[in-house]
Design a protein around this ligand. Sequence first.
Ligand SMILES: Nc1nc2c(ncn2[C@@H]2O[C@H](COP(=O)(O)OP(=O)(O)OP(=O)(O)O)[C@@H](O)[C@H]2O)c(=O)[nH]1
Length: 583
Amino acid sequence: MMVRILFNLRCMRRIYDKNVSKSLLKRLYSAKFVGPDVEKIRNFSIVAHVDHGKSTLADRLLELTGAIKPGSETSQVLDNLPVERERGITVKAVTASLSYVYNDETYLLNLIDTPGHVDFSNEVVRSVTACQGVVLLVDANEGVQAQTVAVHSLAKKNNLIIIPTLNKVDLPRADPEKVKGQLQSLFGIDPDNVLQISAKKGWGVQNLLEEIIKRIPPPIVKLDEPFRAHIIDTWHDKYRGVMCLAYIHSGVLKIGDSVKWRSDSKQHLVKYLSLLKPQEENIEKAIAGQVVMVGLGPKGGGKVGDQLLDSKIEESNTAATESGIRHMVYAGIFPSDQSQHTQLSDSIRKLALNDSAVSVSVDSSPALGQGWRVGFLGLLHLDVFTQRLLQEYKAEAILTAPSVPYKVKLRGSKLIRQHRSDEIIITNPLQLPEPQNIVEYYEPLVIGTIITPVEYIGAVTTLCVDRRGTPLPSSSIDEHMTLMQFVLPLSEVVIDFHDTLKSLTSGFASFDYHEHGFHPSSLVRMDILINGVLVDELSTIVHTSRLEFQARRLTTKLKEMIPRQMVQEVEITRTLQGHNLKK
Ligand SMILES: Nc1nc2c(ncn2[C@@H]2O[C@H](COP(=O)(O)OP(=O)(O)OP(=O)(O)O)[C@@H](O)[C@H]2O)c(=O)[nH]1
């Protein structure tokens, strides 16, 4: 019961009104495509720091190409999940196939609008695999921010053409020349190549569209080879089963073609084939270089990362769908009532299809019953996942306290045999072996990039050192802004680091991080006993230097939250040294 009071993070949000997206789609009208010609295809993505205007630019591009009517009342048309509209953020990359006539030729432009928040960066990573270029959007007022650095290096790593574009030039405080200087000093971008637009007012957007056609090359594909595509997104359709967004690498795909998954050799027929403009437009045939929606019917399946092949290709690889995603945070998800277990299980399965970044494994708890241990890319990802469960599937869930994964090196041949390895990853504090069976503890570190005005360098350094961070060399972006880097423990970053950084720097600093592997650390499991009984769900793994602070913070909270008459004593045990703290 007490556990529920503390950790029942049910999202009490407004119920999803399905009519939102339907009425929206009604307002869209379609332009006629001339048959695809690879030379006239451009696949590109809009990448930027959070809130620099990606979705607003996507709206203007949709208007210019006739996919939506100009002056449409609904803004951020591609952000059509209720959670995206409520929070004003993009969490899913969305594709729109647009047609545009330039120099009397009709071009097919596949636009992918991507999220900006670091927790959804996997969507960006996946999107760029279907692109030959990106529009790197930078707010001309805020200038280069931490995610600008991250998406620029991602585009470079994938050898994509980058179209640097300054947005929000209509703002009185916009300083395009200063931001061009930042792009030059950080990335070596020639200021003459930088475009200037106002996505909100539509200024310069047509020029940008034509620059996309001129600067980004058509995809290099093999039309005469057998059909092969890779899956960049999937979602569940109530009537048609799994629908997949596929980027075609070679060959041609037609309705009725026989295909198979690379991960299993079973044959299927292509039942649905559409362009997303962004509403579905059925097509009979798609060619290499296109991004299309494919459905194989209710039993057809489909997973992000897998490949769809012509059934005559003799190739299979059961590991084809391994994502390589490293989960940053794990939490237990349990039904609020065990009678809801089947429904919640079904909802999690369907949502995990659309949110391929989560990992789901079965879990159980003495207090909460049967449930799942779910891995997320960060706390915002966890929050959005539970909100989507409630809004899109009406599934209420109880969440346990989130924890980062740890690693331990085991002692004892029996244990090593049992785990088939001398090292195990701990995603649940309860899995931690007894201290005498552990040779070494490891915790995950990240390299954090912070871009801050120079006057906050001191405050940022103090925050990072307090969070056990080690500074790396910093570099000046211009006379006002500095790029700082720190090696930080992931556990110190995921909970409230971003909010604290924002409040210390009056909202001016931005933060991004990438993983830096597991490193040896001094860790201990902190157990909580209430009325002498160990409450499994309250156990956490903490760094020994933070044990007392964390213990006092948690017991103070428990003291406030648990009705006094129900508790005689709250006790904290430290398994390693057997210390007790009583409140
Ligand atoms: N003044 C001005 N405001 C803009 C412009 N472009 C976007 N905005 C505003 O900036 C805010 C963020 O715009 P979005 O398009 O949601 O930004 P985003 O990059 O898609 O955001 P995420 O998907 O959450 O990363 C909104 O309030 C927009 O109205 C512009 O050219 N000028």
